[in-house]
Design a protein around this ligand. Structure first.
Ligand code: SF4
Ligand code: SF4
Length: 215
């Protein structure tokens, strides 16, 4: 008799647990039924990359002085600077410049350290090819101006989640003048400058006080 009652109790507990798990799963389903879809219909719609997005590198042949700083600061020595020494002028003559985007990790070191600013990161992210060797861009391919999501009339640009107004998750139909939740990089810099000044001055005051004490 006791064994039978224990089996009934176990069965009841399992049934209650199963109903509980079922309800938890369905509650997620019902929650999502009330939401609007956030699907991006690529390639007719594309997300606008963030301001500091590190995409395909743009290169200006005329500004390059073949110093090879970009090669030295690259973690994998990737850029190939093809130059010869002109014995008459005793100056380097640049022949070709290439970066293999099949290997590049888009760290941006070469762009950061180039002394003539002839390299720049663009917002171009569509680099897929059938053959990885065609990702080895020469100076002509690197010099092509980047495509832009916002200037292409055949594409509807959509804001990324971080750039939508506060509390909005649906990127469609947002007016351009609607303010975004996050700050612009320029606004962040301004905010950092404003907030660092009092700290710097207090640090300086502390330093002068400690110096006075030593005297
Ligand atoms: S660092 Fe700039 S200027 Fe120097 S070789 Fe590289 S791209 Fe040219
Ligand atoms: S982005 Fe980084 S990995 Fe790519 S070429 Fe420049 S330094 Fe090298």
């Amino acid at each position: 008799m006791f064994g039978f009652l224990k089996k009934v109790a176990d069965y009841t507990r399992d049934a209650v647990d199963a109903a509980n798990y079922l309800f938890q799963g369905l509650s997620v389903t019902f929650d999502h039924m009330g939401r609007r879809p956030v699907t991006v219909q690529y390639p007719y719609e594309k997300l606008i990359p963030s301001e500091r997005y590190r995409g395909r590198i743009h290169y200006e042949f005329d500004k390059c002085i073949a110093c090879e700083v970009c090669v030295r600061v690259c973690p994998i020595n990737l850029p190939v600077v093809d130059w010869v020494m002109n014995k008459e002028t005793k100056k380097k003559e640049l022949r070709n410049y290439s970066i293999d985007f099949g290997v590049c990790i888009f760290c941006g070191n070469c762009v950061e350290y180039c002394p003539t600013n002839c390299l720049s990161m663009t917002e171009e992210y569509e680099l897929s090819t059938f053959d990885r060797h065609s990702l080895n861009f020469d100076n002509v391919a690197l010099g092509r101006l980047p495509t832009s999501v916002t200037t292409d009339p055949s594409i509807e640009p959509l804001r990324e989640l971080g750039y939508l107004p506060q509390g909005v998750i649906e990127p469609h139909g947002i007016p351009a003048e609607e303010p975004r939740a996050g700050k612009l990089p320029s606004e962040m810099l301004e905010w950092l400058n404003q907030n660092s000044r009092p700290q710097e001055s207090s640090e300086r005051t502390n330093e002068s006080v400690s110096l006075e004490k030593k005297d």
